[in-house]
Ligand binder design. Structure first.
Ligand SMILES: NC(=O)c1ccc[n+]([C@@H]2O[C@H](COP(=O)([O-])OP(=O)(O)OC[C@H]3O[C@@H](n4cnc5c(N)ncnc54)[C@H](O)[C@@H]3O)[C@@H](O)[C@H]2O)c1
Ligand SMILES: NC(=O)c1ccc[n+]([C@@H]2O[C@H](COP(=O)([O-])OP(=O)(O)OC[C@H]3O[C@@H](n4cnc5c(N)ncnc54)[C@H](O)[C@@H]3O)[C@@H](O)[C@H]2O)c1
Lengths: 207, 207
């Protein structure tokens, strides 16, 4: 119902509106929002009209209402339970990131297969044995699994959590994972961003 | 010269070709590449033609040559020197990630302003005081700064490293940073991926 291009912009709108809100700004015109976000004012009005309007001639948009409405569309206000599989460097960093919980993503479990890590306390949770996933995951009932294992293990880890009912995967490993219909996956390829930056720097040098 | 849409696909081609290479696969047809990458075979041929062809009728593409050619275009083979500013959870995880160096990004410095962290050894480097950035950065001569500080500090950190000649920024903080012409920035908003996943799960529930 809302186009893919608009969806891609929603998290960014949410971030800006959150910033305005924490700076106690109560309203904003599409013109100001446009300048701040580097998106045309007409594109903004079009995007926001997709879900109910919200703008008032002469007034602009109410920051708090709009922030909440976008949060609703993004499904943030229903609360999500996440687990992290792979308690390594990246897994720990993500586990300790307090802001995910502020945005409605509560960490309920951390898993690994390394005996030294199993039982360690990270962010208030004891690391569980992923080889016993069937024992824990049904009770924890997470809807999102954050995958931070080496790429060789990513496929089998995905398969296992999907078999236990998890429908959302956030994949950080350096490989793409195939998922069946009904399961959603977001791949975060940090190295892609670094390579894109490298390409842009290369082009700059040629100018 | 190469369109933005093609550029966006390059890191992914590079990743797949790297996987084929490490599995000792020496050649691949556009049809097989298309199936693996979920991009049409004609799109692939079009993309790869942008930089010199490489495909041979009846043979397909030579994996190693193509991998190297894309690496060249992405500027990976010139080597880059990176610094990390913000030796917190995420900064440390990135510092310990060995694969960046394998792809030509050598970490030459880590900075922080917290006295407890300054002087600590992370990934073989002693954390330096970012308040003395002028003292260190010119000699280290990095071309990329990875920014992993809290969002309130991101803008001033970016300003400082740019003033010291750094032309490429990889920003992980939960805010967008404005940069002057001639400076390139890639924003990695991990929360955007989580929010997009949340949206997709929300849509699935409605089906
Ligand atoms: N660290 C980074 O900055 C970074 C950057 C880009 C990509 N990545 C990717 O993220 C992933 C994790 O990176 P890292 O640096 O944290 O690695 P790491 O080696 O520190 O951590 C990986 C963890 O996964 C565990 N593990 C391995 N197989 C498992 C399995 N089958 N089930 C459960 N746990 C398992 C290991 O015991 C280890 O604790 C890798 O795929 C890496 O390519 C990391
Ligand atoms: N940890 C994650 O998984 C995660 C996820 C998404 C986004 N982020 C973003 O990445 C950034 C870092 O997150 P984190 O979890 O590592 O935070 P952290 O608090 O563990 O680390 C931040 C570090 O930056 C240092 N610092 C603060 N101001 C500085 C300055 N002016 N100059 C140099 N160093 C300074 C602090 O001393 C600290 O060591 C934040 O902006 C956060 O929003 C992190």
């Amino acid at each position: 119902k809302i186009s893919f291009e608009v969806i891609k912009r929603l998290p960014r709108y949410y971030r800006y509106l959150g910033e305005l809100k924490s700076n106690n700004i109560t309203r904003i015109s599409s013109k100001e929002l446009s300048r701040r976000m580097n998106v045309t004012a007409s594109q903004i009005r079009q995007d926001l009209n997709c879900f109910g309007g919200f703008g008032q001639q002469g007034y602009g948009y109410n920051v708090e209402d709009l922030h909440e409405a976008i949060g609703d569309i993004l499904g943030l206000n229903n609360g999500h339970k996440t687990i992290i599989v792979g308690a390594g460097n990246l897994g720990r960093a993500l586990a300790n990131y307090k802001s995910f919980e502020k945005r409605g993503f509560k960490l309920v479990g951390i898993f690994d297969i390394n005996n030294i890590k199993i039982g360690q306390n990270i962010a208030g949770l004891d690391v569980l044995d992923f080889n016993e996933a069937e024992k824990y995951i049904p009770d924890l009932a997470p809807d999102i699994a954050i995958i931070t294992v080496p790429k060789e293990a990513a496929g089998s880890v995905a398969k296992k959590v999907i078999s236990l009912g998890i429908k959302g995967l956030l994949n950080f490993s350096y490989t793409d994972i195939d998922v069946p219909d009904g399961v959603e996956i977001e791949n975060v390829h940090l190295s892609d961003s670094l390579m894109t930056l490298s390409y842009k720097l290369e082009q700059q040098k040629k100018l």
